[in-house]
Design a protein around this ligand. Structure first.
Ligand SMILES: CC(C)(COP(=O)(O)OP(=O)(O)OC[C@H]1O[C@@H](n2cnc3c(N)ncnc32)[C@H](O)[C@@H]1OP(=O)(O)O)[C@@H](O)C(=O)NCCC(=O)NCCS
Length: 183
């Protein structure tokens, strides 16, 4: 399934990554304070990884349906982070995100998450959208809470080699419609 190539969700614009984004991706992602909360970000984030990751996006869209978006600021186009949207959820749910530390607290993850949920409900017939976060990831918990994702259950999972507690959160289509975009 093809999802939109660009999505305006002020204060962010979501767009496909371009090869030229690689140095910014590496600069933002090569940070343990970002990586340690994620399942998939390599650490350290070595030279060449961003280029390879971006080069694989077109194939991933076809193969797994995952769409990786650059989260950019509408004001100046600055790349601040990444969002993955998965119409077919994997073990981490329908979406995941990270924001470079210099841009935390600007509302970017919340805007990107609202856009992700809106896209998923608009482009699929899913009854509900779900995602996961480490229980002690208070920033991510707050982002999901602000977007109407309620805690469904707690699960222990292996995270970066250690057993850790996760919250699985979700929102039903009807609840999303009632929120009309999470006010
Ligand atoms: C989680 C993350 C994506 C949030 O990005 P962000 O753009 O800063 O998020 P937003 O600005 O949209 O919202 C963050 C909210 O968390 C709150 N928050 C942040 N740190 C907090 C803390 N230590 N305690 C309580 N609330 C906190 C902020 O105040 C804000 O809530 P508010 O709008 O009610 O004030 C970012 O911190 C990050 O990339 N972390 C590392 C990677 C990660 O955790 N990815 C998600 C894995 S599930």
């Amino acid at each position: 399934m093809e999802l939109p190539e660009r999505v305006l969700a002020a204060p962010v614009l979501l767009r496909h990554f371009e090869a030229a984004d690689a140095p910014d991706v590496r600069r933002l992602a090569d940070d343990w304070e970002v990586a340690r909360w994620t399942a998939a970000l390599p650490h350290p984030y070595a030279e060449g990884m961003a280029e390879a990751w971006i080069a694989g996006h077109a194939d991933a869209r076809v193969r797994s349906g995952e769409h990786a978006y650059a989260i950019t600021r509408t004001g100046d186009g600055t790349l601040v982070g990444a969002l993955g949207i998965r119409p077919e959820a994997n073990v981490h749910g329908h979406f995941g995100y990270w924001i470079g530390r210099a841009h935390w607290g600007e509302g970017c993850a919340t805007a990107a998450t609202r856009a992700a949920i809106a896209i998923l409900f608009a482009r699929t017939d899913l009854d509900a959208v779900w995602a996961v976060h480490l229980v002690d990831n208070v920033a991510s918990a707050r982002v999901m809470e602000k977007c109407g994702l309620r805690v469904l259950r707690e699960e222990e999972r292996t995270h970066r080699g250690q057993p850790r507690a996760f919250h699985v959160r979700g929102i039903a289509r009807a609840a999303w419609d009632a929120l009309r975009g999470c006010g």
